[in-house]
Design a protein around this ligand. Structure first.
Ligand code: NAG
Ligand code: NAG
Ligand code: NAG
Length: 215
């Protein structure tokens, strides 16, 4: 699951630039909130309650994580966990499945193992929260934050200060394009064309779809 698409790079570079200026002794986070979208590289527990083979809330997953197994697809912290710590957050950004009103204003992790940019990617593994559905969950989060802050101008300004990380796309290859017996994308697109179509779909979802819902 190491395929990377070029649209990731602007996000990662942006985070990198910010970290250069990080003052690690400060107790206030660098930004008020951090929102995370993606697949198993970022999931921190959203798949625990889904019907899927892509479930990891049992040992040895989490053996190096303070709380043990949590639904992270790793022995320890994920990259967003580490970025969140560098940004100065005291706690890990909670998974959407468990987020409380007390925590929601500092950010949410929508990641879901097996998910792709396309709705159907990963279908053969079981349930998963595709990027389109992660973005719908984000729209619900915005409504919750807006209700809690009860000032639309304030909420719009607040959300503009947040960091948004998206790491998704490898399952659109390994759990879609490269399994021609189950998925038809390789019959419709050449490899190059699929990359272009996927990147365009990604861009559309991240911009048009969500920005139109911003407060
Ligand atoms: C998250 O919620 C599920 C049920 O919705 C519960 O079983 C689980 O213990 C919760 N996890 C955490 C870390 O609170
Ligand atoms: C709402 O938030 C804006 C921006 O922070 C602020 O200027 C304004 O005074 C707030 N309105 C109320 C009614 O608190
Ligand atoms: C490809 O499969 C999808 C369902 O995953 C279906 O909606 C679509 O019509 C199919 N397209 C072709 C050209 O077979």
């Amino acid at each position: 699951m190491s395929l990377q698409l070029s649209p990731f790079f602007p996000v990662l570079i942006f985070v990198g630039l910010l970290l250069d200026q990080t003052c690690l002794v400060s107790s206030e986070p660098q930004v008020p909130c951090f929102f995370i979208f993606g697949d198993s590289l970022v999931d921190s527990g959203n798949n625990n309650i889904l019907k899927t083979a892509a479930k990891v809330n049992y040992p040895p997953y989490g053996i190096d994580f303070p709380k043990g197994p949590t639904g992270r697809f790793t022995n320890g912290r994920t990259a967003p966990d580490i970025i969140g710590q560098f940004l100065g957050f005291d706690n890990f950004i909670p998974p959407y499945a468990n987020v409380t009103d007390q925590e929601i204003s500092t950010g949410v992790n929508y990641g879901s193992g097996g998910a792709g940019i396309r709705e159907e990617s990963g279908r053969h593994v079981g349930d998963r929260i595709s990027l389109p559905r992660q973005l719908l969950n984000h729209v619900k989060t915005i409504s919750r934050i807006s209700a809690l802050q009860s000032n639309k101008t304030f909420t719009a300004e607040y959300l503009n200060k947040c960091i948004y990380l998206a790491n998704i796309g490898s399952n659109d290859y390994v759990s879609n394009y490269f399994i021609p017996t189950i998925y038809n994308t390789s019959k419709i697109y050449t490899v190059d064309k699929f990359a272009v179509v996927l990147a365009e779909h990604y861009r559309e979802q991240l911009t048009v779809h969500t920005l139109s819902h911003f407060v």
